[in-house]
Design a protein around this ligand. Sequence first.
Ligand code: NIG
Ligand code: FE
Length: 395
Amino acid sequence: MTATLFDGIGLLYTGDPEREEITDAALLAEDGVVVWLGPAAEAPGGAEERVDVAGRAVIPGFVDSHAHLIFAGDRTAEFQARMSGEPYTGGGIRTTVAATRRAGDAELATHALALVREMARQGTTTVEIKSGYGLTVEDERRSLELATALTDETTFLGAHVVPEGVDADDYVRLVAGEMLTACAPFARWVDVFCERGAFDGDQTREILTAGQRAGLGVRVHANQLGEGPGVRIACELGAASADHCTHLTAADVDALAGSGTVATLLPGAEFSTRSPYPDARRLLDAGVTVALATDCNPGSSYTSSMAFCVALAVREMRMTPLEAIRAATYGGARALRRADVGWLRPGARADLVVLDAPSYVHLAYRPGVPLVHQVFQGGLLLQEDIQNPPSVVVL
Ligand code: NIG
Ligand code: FE
């Protein structure tokens, strides 16, 4: 058994609603699990190792509950066109599908691993990874199998768009049938892009309920580009999360408030598509649990930085710094229905981010500044191989 005392913590943001902030704190981890935290003056003795963070702030590792990391190619030209006034429609998804289908397993795995490491360097210790750029039975299956090497939080998103040249009804039957059967062993969640131009309410319901019958939990890409039935379906089916939530009616907000479904906001997407941000205040004021995530993907949000999303949430979505850090840690864990991450309290995994700052507020106050000093995952320091990922890794 290895016991490590993290000491000299100027401000500990715990993510635990019962005791969110502790000043002049210490935390004891044993075998990768938090066993005690509190005022440093009361710290128990007996630890074999001591990490003195010299007055810095400590937060739980970020929980990025929405990312699309299994893909090939990039969409720089599409981004440039948008920054010259073109709207985002989701049509570019097919460009990435073509590149992903052409790529070999090793290329997809290496690229996804590099993104996971890029995230880890920036303090993300839990990440969800979706399929959705394969859109054939085999390409979706292999996307998810590759994702399982990187995270436990894998999501089957065969219903991302209807692939070119395929009839929509045939495709929905395929996704809810043969594709789901092939993918379910590698997935924890099922997701549908419920949007005009992607899948309508009936198609969404059919695919999600088939996923539930196969034992998967539900999450939904909902109300990103316009109002629609996505959020209400998510709440009806008891989804863990409705993601995007950019265009909401009063009925959508009420449905979220009266459900156990988290609203996951993805401000990187609004930033990168130059779209209006979701109204986080309206959701928070209605008592909805809010998560923040990157939506990391080559089309609508090619950022891996949770700190950037926190800064956007504070500046552009009128969340307070406390609400934003809570959404990026505790909120993300609720969106994945995880009790072992997203907060620091006895029994939780010792995922700690030491900030080169006196407070988590600096994540928004000093936007764009690399404030992550050290990252501990399960009590272990992420080291050089994470800081400098090799260019070729064969999994
Ligand atoms: O969450 N909205 C659907 N899916 C992604 C974007 C995918 C893409 O443009 O490649 C999203 O924003
Ligand atoms: Fe997404």
